[in-house]
Design a protein around this ligand. Structure first.
Ligand code: ADP
Ligand code: MG
Length: 228
């Protein structure tokens, strides 16, 4: 089943008098369990597409469907609920809260969404951190962790909600090649073991090589889809 579908989506940014067409008529589906990469050079529209799929922005024209539902029919509140329940985000800059430990950063994601009882919540946080190999570092703050470890906390935070879709915008952009490879391996394993659906963007050939399904983007248009 398609978790997410874009139908002839356009996005034009307006800056005063100037119009920037960032996405020009993209149609694409992301199915459950897939590991898809949006690949393209800087400025090609990858982040714009991920923001549209992640319900952080709305298209100028065309439809965004999440599990078959046209999201333009939803209220602001309903969109927020859908985003919180269905989508986990991983950003290139990690976006962890500096005064919270790794454990607390991951726990916060659950407190903000469905808020399970404390015991269950803590079990899930622990399992998520063990899943990314951080069992020994749960009490550390982001500043006490390496970049690769911080990104693993961000992966755990995105996964702990068990979202239908995990969106990662250039997740390895601020990591060296060793840490990039590690993060990719972890995400690949989580994709295999938990059937979590992953959607990435990157312009890094190493990341592209890891993907089974590559959507090539250029100048706001879908060039081709490569399946391996
Ligand atoms: N908020 C914005 N306002 C105006 N133009 C933007 C904005 N965000 C992105 N753009 C422009 O849209 C195009 C696509 O950008 P983006 O989606 O960030 O590409 P990528 O993530 O592939 O680097 C670029 O020309 C960029 O300058
Ligand atoms: Mg980008």
């Amino acid at each position: 089943m398609a978790i997410c579908e874009l139908v002839d989506v356009h996005k034009i940014y307006r800056m005063g008098e100037v119009e920037v067409p960032a996405v020009k008529g993209v149609s694409v589906s992301i199915n459950s369990g897939e590991f898809t990469v949006f690949s393209g050079p800087s400025g090609s529209g990858k982040s714009t597409l991920l923001n549209l799929i992640g319900l952080l922005d709305v298209p100028t024209k065309g439809q965004v469907l999440i599990e078959g539902q046209d999201v333009s029919t939803l209220s602001e509140d309903a969109l927020g609920v859908l985003r919180a329940q269905k989508i986990g985000f991983i950003f290139q800059s990690f976006n962890l809260i500096p005064v919270l430990s790794a454990f607390e950063n991951v726990e916060l994601a659950l407190q903000l969404s469905d808020d399970p009882p404390k015991r269950e919540r803590q079990d899930r946080v622990r399992a998520a951190l063990v899943g990314v190999g951080l069992e020994k570092f749960m009490d550390r703050r982001p500043s006490q962790l390496s970049g690769g470890q911080q990104q693993r906390v961000a992966v755990a935070r995105a996964l702990v909600k068990e979202p239908a879709l995990v969106i990662a915008d250039e997740p390895t952009a601020n990591l060296d090649s060793k840490n990039s490879a590690q993060i990719l391996e972890i995400m690949q394993r989580l994709n295999d073991e938990h059937d979590a659906t992953f959607l990435f963007s990157t312009h890094d050939p190493m990341v592209v090589n890891h993907a089974r399904r590559i959507v090539h983007i250029l100048d706001g248009e879908l060039q081709r889809i490569e399946e391996k």
